[in-house]
Design a protein around this ligand. Structure first.
Ligand SMILES: Cc1ncc(COP(=O)(O)O)c(C=O)c1O
Length: 427
């Protein structure tokens, strides 16, 4: 490795085991459901990951946007530690109230603009879960129930419009409408009730709407689908179609929300307000699994009644403490503004590299969510070379290098990243 070597001190992290022992444990006892890179991380701090030998790697992936405020952000870590030592971290069951949950729900409800304003100014309500896909499932339930109760669609006939090359997670229902065969093959029977159309094609959406359509589920910018922005006006077009046909428009902002693209929510780039929004990943600063579905209070109260949903750990105190602290950090540290400023600098530098590079097909993105599509379509080869130079990056959709560092990245760290990108893309 030619990564920055900071010390000769052996970093053992959690265990005293060496790298090869850890590799073997994961290979022997874990399911092989991820493509891995050959690196055991022992520490994560700010924008940097450290291995056993003290080699440091600039994290340009930020756990797919989970580590937006930087790893182990001191204020979020402190809040979590206080909850642990203060004995208010443990799951206490949802039959009782807890102050971390109450505080978090009120903060998260106010964090989003009034959802579904056409239903009235009732404020927002929040349903918390753990991993992001669970909140996608919550949103699907909400859209279906709304279709049945509000629109009179026969139960079981509800349809949701989704988009080709979407990524919303990997539960059975969610992989049922994935364009990627590897996510669903062999896992049938799959869940029906989803119609997938071309991302960005408003006429295809219009054509797909019928009397059973209850909602549209969209990523305002596709992350896993190749770092793709929809054509200008597309989200506005979806908003209009949903208004005209009384459909719920739900934006999955799990990867692109919380400041990643330079706005609190990516949908703000088009000046629209959806009927519901899904957040996860960075919602707790990457420390504890926490996700939410947020919608107009009127819709939430129509859709969910006692017993119709629930989760043992959804909204448990430790996650809520982390979530509240992460929401505070988001505002106090102006993370969205940082993503705009640093993203502009970084994108200009990457575009300058692209002009000299024989490999780059296109640079695209917003804020600190930048994709470099390579002509050869083998982004992972470049990612491997970058790892050897001290950068953690990953591909999106095979052909695109995904650059999404923590939003606290400094100018010096950007320069380090750009120098390595130049070595690999220009030579
Ligand atoms: C847009 C989007 N939706 C949903 C998910 C699923 O989230 P999780 O992996 O936390 O279940 C992801 C994860 O990468 C995502 O990027």
């Amino acid at each position: 490795m030619t990564a920055i070597r900071k010390s000769n001190h052996r970093m053992t992290g959690f265990s005293q085991e060496g790298d090869s022992a850890i590799f073997n444990m994961e290979e022997d006892f874990g399911a092989h459901h991820y493509e891995r890179i050959n690196l055991v991380v022992r520490r994560a701090e700010g924008c940097w990951l450290t291995d056993e030998n003290g080699n440091k790697y600039l994290d340009c992936l930020a756990a797919y946007s989970a580590a937006n405020p930087g790893h182990h952000h001191p204020k979020i870590t402190q809040a979590v530690m206080e909850a642990l030592t203060g004995n208010y971290a443990s799951v206490i069951s949802n039959v009782v109230y807890s102050d971390p949950l109450g505080v978090f729900l009120s903060k998260a409800a106010k964090f989003a603009p009034q959802m579904a304003p056409r239903f009235g100014n009732h404020g927002n309500k929040v349903l918390p879960k753990n991993g992001g896909v669970e909140s996608v499932e919550t949103a699907i339930k909400a859209m279906r129930y709304f279709g049945w109760k509000q629109k009179g669609i026969e139960d079981g006939k509800q349809e949701i419009i989704v988009f080709n090359n979407n990524f919303h997670g990997r539960t059975i229902s969610v992989v049922s409408f994935s364009s990627s065969k590897k996510y669903s093959e062999g896992f049938g029977p799959l869940t029906g009730g989803f119609v997938s159309v071309e991302f960005g094609d408003i006429f295809a959406v219009k054509k797909a709407i019928n009397k059973n359509t209850c909602g549209i589920l969209v990523e305002p910018m596709q992350g896993e689908g190749g770092m793709k922005l929809p054509p200008k006006g597309f989200l506005k077009g979806l908003r209009t179609l949903c208004d005209e046909n009384d459909l719920l428009l739900v934006c999955d902002e799990i990867q692109v929300g919380m400041g990643r693209t330079g706005k609190k929510f990516c949908f703000e780039h088009e000046g629209i307000v959806p009927d519901g929004v899904i957040l996860g990943k960075a919602l707790s600063g990457g420390l504890i699994p926490l996700s939410v579905f947020i919608t107009n209070a009127k819709i939430m109260d129509m859709v969910f009644s006692k017993g119709s949903d629930g989760s043992t750990f959804g909204g448990y105190p430790l996650a809520c403490v982390a979530g509240s602290a992460a929401l505070d950090v988001f505002e106090q540290e102006k993370l969205a503004e940082k993503a705009t400023q640093k993203g502009k600098i970084l994108k200009e530098k990457i575009e300058a590299i692209a002009r000299k590079s024989p490999h780059v097909k296109e640079v695209r993105g917003k804020g600190l969510f930048i994709g470099i599509e390579v002509k050869e379509g083998n982004a992972m080869e470049f990612c491997t070379k970058l790892l050897n130079l001290g950068l953690i990056v990953n591909d999106s959709h095979g052909h695109t290098i995904r650059i999404s560092p923590p939003l606290i990245i400094t100018d010096e760290e950007i320069d380090f990243m750009v120098q390595q990108l130049e070595k690999v893309l220009v030579g």
